[in-house]
Design a binder for this molecule. Structure first.
Ligand code: GLU
Length: 423
């Protein structure tokens, strides 16, 4: 499917981010035009067999937005709302995220339009293997490198890698493991990859508080999403002595003004398919969640969660976009005008792809870095990008989002100027 009203709007927002940056840096027209369109768009329709013996034909996508900085890079999402326009938006954001973090990668995104909760493990394995087979030569360790995203995880990457390797000649197999990142550690994955997005968001917040000369200890936070990103954001906040008072996930919202025990809640959520039945807390509605009187609000789930409808309810003074595109352009404007701090997604959630890069380098050089080494490199990468965004914002008096796009666009433009556009 090309797009629903909401994914079409999302893609319009992604292209508006590019247009905005192009205007701000007076970008060459030819570079602007190139960055506004994905390079390659792939749709695959492939059959899988369900447990009841029936066959189903699923639709998968891979959008390769840009590779001027290096191989296409980005997650594979399994979600019922996945379509062409959502993939285009997310792939565009990956190009700018990788550029902002100075990674030698371009941007891509893709996935399959299914609700993974409706499929058993054996069925999911067949989906992943058939999807990978359908993608064929369109992914590769020096060409396009998938990673986990919403609805996929390390196991998904393990199946993807195995399927890809089985299509290679025996002599090529070891070297091709880096065709995906976010793999289980035993298969060549990196230590620290699973927690990287959440920890990166916490490092970005620490940087902001440092610049503002504020202390994080004792600050209250509410986190929307308790999956691979939200649960690690909450754990990292707890390490910083912050008080995580509310967590929202698909099962419901839990709230305790004294602070939730994140370790216990993580265990509970894994055993009970969500946070909702956790005791030692109250339950509140999603509307009340966004209106909580907290210092820091972290949308770490789906896109378009803070919109014109609920933006005026927000009482937090700082928003960390751990998800991709969680605040609409309209809502961002309201927040900016109200003087809120907003750490934009391409910075706040870049930790995942940063450690994906470390995984790729470790695979390429047959080395293993320690968890400590990876975490300190991640911190430095996020702080370095934060410094650059912070100074552009201060120099220009623009929003954090604009500053992040300006920084990324400057690099992309420079590279296009140096390389020229063929022929
Ligand atoms: N899916 C993650 C993102 O949106 C990670 C991508 C990657 O590691 O390649 O940034």
């Amino acid at each position: 499917m090309t797009g629903t009203a909401s994914s079409t709007l999302l893609y319009q927002e992604a292209t508006a981010n590019v247009e905005d940056a192009a205007r701000a840096i007076d970008m060459d027209q030819k570079v602007r035009r190139v960055l506004l369109k994905p390079m390659n768009e792939l749709i695959v329709n492939f059959p899988i067999q369900r447990e009841n013996g029936e066959h189903e034909v699923l639709q998968g996508y891979r959008i390769q937005h840009n590779n001027v900085l290096g191989p296409f890079k980005g997650g594979m999402r399994f979600h019922q709302g996945m379509d062409l326009n959502e993939s285009r938006a997310l792939a565009t954001w990956m190009t700018f995220k990788c550029a902002l973090l100075n990674l030698p990668f371009g941007g891509a995104k893709g996935g399959v339009a299914i609700n993974p909760a409706h499929y058993g493990t054996a069925e999911l394995e067949r989906v992943v293997r058939r999807f990978t087979h359908a993608l064929g030569e369109n992914i590769g360790p020096e060409f396009d490198i998938p990673a986990p995203d919403m609805g996929t995880d390390a196991q998904t990457m393990g199946w993807m890698m195995d399927t890809y390797l089985n299509s290679r000649g025996p002599g090529e197999r070891q070297n091709a493991r880096r065709v995906v990142t976010g793999k289980p550690v035993e298969l060549g994955g990196s230590l620290g990859r699973e927690s990287a997005t959440g920890r990166g968001a916490a490092y970005a917040l620490r940087h902001l508080y440092g610049q503002l000369d504020r202390t994080l200890s004792g600050q209250s936070a509410a986190v929307q999403g308790f999956g691979n990103v939200g649960s690690h954001v909450a754990a990292a906040f707890t390490e910083l002595n912050m008080k995580v008072v509310a967590i929202a996930d698909i099962s419901g919202v839990v709230y305790n003004p004294e602070g939730l025990d994140i370790a216990k809640l993580t265990l509970h959520a894994s055993q009970h398919r969500g946070v909702a039945t956790f005791d030692a807390c109250d339950t509140i509605t999603p509307e009340e969640f966004f209106a909580l009187d907290v210092d820091v609000l972290v949308p770490a789930a789906l896109e378009s969660q803070i919109t014109a409808e609920n933006v005026n309810d927000i009482r937090a003074h700082t928003i960390v976009e751990a998800a991709n595109g969680p605040v609409t352009a309209e809502a961002s404007k309201v927040l900016e005008e109200a003087g809120l701090n907003l750490i934009p997604d391409i910075l706040a959630n870049a930790g995942g792809v940063v450690v994906s890069y470390y995984e790729w380098v470790q695979n390429k050089t047959s080395s293993r870095w320690t968890a400590r080494d990876i975490d300190s490199r991640l911190r430095d990468a996020i702080w370095d990008a934060s410094d650059r965004v912070w100074s552009i914002r201060n120099d220009r008096g623009c929003s954090w989002r604009q500053a992040a796009y300006i920084e990324a666009s400057n690099l992309l433009q420079k590279v296009y100027r140096l390389r020229g556009i063929f022929p």
